[in-house]
Write a protein that binds this ligand. Structure first.
Ligand SMILES: O=C(O)CCC(=O)C(=O)O
Ligand SMILES: [Fe+2]
Length: 196
């Protein structure tokens, strides 16, 4: 596990965006995806807003995904396995990089066909607690023609990342603008932030 954590952190240090395959095991990813699909079928996912609770602007022209917050209180085995993994990652990150992360928040995200999230920065203007953004993808057999890439805007280049199964992406929430390109297929993930 530490090897995968180091791979993510090293690629973050080299390129401002950490990317690693197999952050989630095939079985954990499959269980989380099944859980997400059943929550979606039971109409538990809600429109994602833009901004935080003080400035909520549910603007479907900016983003059209639906979300559901993970919580240990759900007593769901796989959500808890995911939180155990994140606890280990945060311990490793804090001890190797002195990041001082004290908390996190994660939600399931589902983009239906035709959905997107326009260019934005994750850290709120009125609250700087989000330090690092992290996304884990739950899409087996994702193909180029399925679209839905995460596009990251570097100073002079754009980086497109396909949302393929088990992959994790990690970057500083205040630093990099990014967007989710229109997806041609249902696109599932867990998105979250490490906080101070
Ligand atoms: O799903 C992704 O690739 C990125 C999602 C995102 O940018 C966000 O939820 O803030
Ligand atoms: Fe984002």
């Amino acid at each position: 596990m530490e090897k995968i954590f180091d791979c993510l952190i090293d690629s973050y240090i080299d390129n401002q965006v950490g990317v690693t395959e197999n952050f989630l095991s095939i079985s954990l990813s499959a269980h989380l995806k099944d859980n997400l699909i059943s929550l979606f079928q039971n109409k538990k996912l809600v429109n994602a807003g833009v901004g935080n609770k003080i400035i909520v602007n549910q603007d479907k022209l900016i983003r059209s995904d639906v979300i559901y917050w993970l919580d240990r209180k759900h007593n769901n085995q796989y959500e808890n396995d995911f939180f155990d993994l994140m606890d280990n990652f945060v311990l490793h990150l804090n001890s190797t990089c002195y990041t001082g992360i004290t908390g996190y928040e994660f939600h399931y995200t589902l983009y239906e066909t035709g959905s997107f999230y326009k260019k934005h920065i994750d850290q709120f203007k009125n609250n700087g607690s989000r330090q690092y953004s992290m996304i884990m993808y739950l899409n087996a057999n994702w193909k180029i023609e399925d679209g839905g890439e995460l596009r990251i805007y570097h100073e002079d280049t754009e980086q497109d990342i396909s949302p393929s199964n088990g992959k994790s992406v990690f970057f500083k929430s205040s630093a990099l603008a990014h967007e989710v390109l229109v997806t041609n297929k249902q696109r599932m993930s867990i998105t979250g932030w490490l906080k101070i």
